[in-house]
Design a protein. Sequence first.
Length: 258
Amino acid sequence: MTDPERDDHEFSSGQGFDEPYEGFDIDPPELAVDTDKVDPVDSRVVTDILDEQNVPTDAVDAEELLDVGVSYVHINRHEQAAETFERAAQFADDERIEQEAWTNKGAAHAEMEEWDAAIGAYREALNVEEESDAGGALGDDAPSASNEHAATAETNLAYALWESGRTEQALEHAERAVEIDPRFAEAWYNRGFFLLERGLAEDAVDAFDNATRLGFRNPDILEEKARALEEMEEYERAEKLVEEAEEMREEAEQELLE
């Protein structure tokens, strides 16, 4: 069998392009990224830009996203929680919701011991307050976002800094937390802990006492106060606190068994 004969055919060489010719790109201009500001290998960049382009802010309920993030936390899905809180912060049009979202994102990273990410999220939460104060966005009569979440962000930031080895900065932010909200018991506890780490046992005891008066009383704070009293050579008081802490733990275990 032989191949059929083929007629010679002269293929078109095309008409060429008009000058000047601008090339084309399959990526839409909306996805253009300034590599001086954004890491080009950051996998979240495209997702974030698509959110901004395709999802109207008023179509997203940031408070519902917060609830979803909290639900993830309750089932120990901290990575998903962190992502959800970040989305909530991006879509929030209320400074307090945005600040709460960043604070919760930091806490989710802290649960995974991702201290640098936690520190970054807590700083974002505090930046919300600074920008709000600078711009007067909430108005003179509106409650400041700091009353609700800035103290938590400061005390959590202090703990994350301590975990990452930046102990001096940790005490600084613990001090800020109690300045923002003097009735925040956990902030007083953290302040006492960091003071004790710096060898300031007497000041630490005062901070622990403030936390206790505000209702923060558990075996951990009793043991830390006992440690401070031992530094002050008040061994009898320290021993009583250790015994009380042990009793509290035994009672808690018994309640779980029941």
